[in-house]
Unconditional design. Sequence first.
Lengths: 567, 321
Amino acid sequence: MIEHDVLVIGGGLAGMSAALHARQAGADVAMMSKVYPTRSHSAAAQGGINAALGIADSWEVHAYETVKGSDFLGDQDAIEILCSEGIQDIFTLEHHGVIFDRDDEGRIHMRGFGGTDKSRTCHVGDMTGQTILHVMYEQLLRMDVKSYDEWFVTTLLMDDGACCGAVAMEIVSGKLEVFKAKSVILCTGGCGRVYEPSTNGLIVTGDGLALAYRVGALIMDMEMVQYHPTTLPANGFLITEGARGEGAYLLNADGDRFMQNERYGATTLLEKASRDIVSRAETIEIQEGRGVDGCVLLDCRHIKDRILEAFHQIYELAQDYANVDITQEPLPIRPGMHYIMGGIKTDVDGRCYRQNGDGVEALPGLYAAGEVACVSAHGANRLGGNSLLDCVAFGRRAGAHAAEYAKSINPPNVSDQAVEIEEQKIIDIFARSTDLRAPALRLEMGEIMHQYTGVFRDEAGLLEAQRQIREVRNRYNEISVHDKGRVFNTDLLAVLELDYMLDCAETIIVSALARRESRGAHTRTDYPERDDENWIKHVVVYQTPDGPKIDYLPVTITQWQPEARKY
Amino acid sequence: MIQANLKVYRYDPQKDQEPHYDTYQVDGLPDFSTVLDALIKVREDIDGTLTMRCSCRSAVCGSCAFRVNGHAKLGCKTALSKLAPNGEEVCVEPMGNMKVVKDLVTDMEMFWDKIQQVKPWIETEGEPPDREYQVPHSKMVELQQPMNCVMCGACVSDCTVLEETSKFLAPAALAKAYRVVGDPRHAKSHEWLTELSEEGGIWDCTRCVECVQVCPKNVAPMDQIIKLRELAIDAGLTDNVGAKHVLHFTESVAHTGVLDERTLPIKAAGIGWAFRNAGIAIKATLKGKIKPLLPGTHPSVTEVQDVRRIHEELEVKKGTE
């Protein structure tokens, strides 16, 4: 048994921020990741991180635009914290050594992004996430934070209603180990691989979300799934919103800048409108026959100097995976699953919650931050550039709070027996011999989710998705593996990850069925209007012996009342 | 649609005494498929025991460095259409200079230890400002090159010095060191450069250019090492063989227009070293391999004035940079 005060599960930007601040608060903290931390998917964020550093900007404007971007579903107390404290977080990152692009005075340069006409997206070329992740990792090395690399968590442990650790497998040996901790912070990222295609890396399998769901945590806003407007058709890769932020056009097959069409409600910001609006517009163009081989076109030709100067990565991606020189010809792109606004419901200190009678209560010892969490800073639609900020800011708050909490409690009771239960699960998987393997089933799940829970949804489709996913869930128990060894068994990991993903899929579908209106990224063709009278509330789902149960929580409104959303 | 024919290194420590190779034919791959796409398809559809690391598929996570046809590459950045346009066999092996854990998975501990050894973080002077440090954009852009490193290990895999000595910090860690030392906010460059000038550090690179060639992210580690060497010499950290070698090389050329290979090792490695190795020098002289070390045996080239002028111009140019 290994013991720490605070165990951070996940080594991306939120996990690093949490670990760093728990350490600074004096806790004995360990960070655990199923990959080496710099492999985390935060590295893929290209365009930037938002903060109102400019004279012509303010955190209040940033907050308002985030609320508006969230289609008034975001919790405004959380958004105020994100946008106001986030400013200092950017400066701290800069002091730690992030090599932000600069203006003529040597101050941080900011570029335009979606959902605003301000320039407030700080960036490092188009490798912002990678740079921040690596610089944060430098700080963890400096602080000598203990890191368990390539460990895979199979279950959370509970003692007397409080989370007190986890069982994890050392991937290189296959050995299972009990980790005892006074507090656990889940920072495992989103669940993009639930969809096919997705911009997300292969490791983004919703592990933490499912772990929390299984110990009764409330999962919130799961119907809010973001499709990014510009992804490559070949493999779903992301082309940063920064390209449109700097002036790139979207064209249909007729060569029209279709965002100028009044029906899309974005005649002012056009291509820089929020992601839900642009992805919806693109989907309509394609569905109505004005697409090009299932895509629309991203035209960067008139900004080619900026592309060559500050967008090396997307220039190369388009070259490598579409054979297009974006400075010479338009690039075919389409909306692709990118991010989940929903996640484990937390408060602004990262604490998780569970149902208690008719109300909710904190789930002691369990925290979450980053994409796996739902605080909810993004509501029904996240603004580009806000996710890295979310990871840094709420990772920091969760880390600090979890450290203080750990100081205040007695060591929990944890037994080594938990290993045996987990061991048996693996033995059972090894014992099966069928022709059914995890990758085929994952692909089936991904395609079901994309078809029925993508940009447009309706009740019939969602019920069909539910039926099909339940059928996939039944077949899950027949999966077998080729690799029955213990050393670095990725065949086995794929089975365990699919288990997590199926839980995530279930929460997305039941939440999407529950919300009978259209808001942000959730567009119900059978309920096409936003319904503020009935639906300014969060959908929460939690696991019971009888299956998932739905409930609702109020939206925190501090200063911005819902209003019509035009860009 | 394209076809891939893979020959893949296989080793499972639980059952294999020795590594072996398996071949796989993968059909129906989309045109833009990479070596990694083909490997994933093998793992998913043909042989689930095939083991490798991978995640992002777009060259930002750094998980999938392998040796492809003998050289380290990121599997996800190596297009099959370019590498094997007619379905030629592609050989995939684990990275070199590291222990193999299983199949294409190598033990990366040595890699991360070396990163840790260069103290890869900046330390600033005094209290930080209220806002950001004001630094030139050009300097930040210059640091993007080493910062572009995704820690994939390709350069370490194919480093020819590391093959000879495990002490060498190797290209990735040294490129990371330049990211720190070259950062205008870093206040302890002298301390860092002093440590980097020790054995196993910046002067042990033989400039074979292998790391520059295999780096999938254009980090050009050797170029970063050369920048560190320049900074070390400028900081007066010249009391080591490597720096002396460079200085006397320059001095010799600036003086006579041509390198005097006889005095260079003496001046670089010192008179004690020269005494201990005098036997080799005498034998080489007797066999006519080198000229005897006597006055007048290393005359200046006829165009020596031109060489000196060029040297002076370069010195001036360097001073103004």
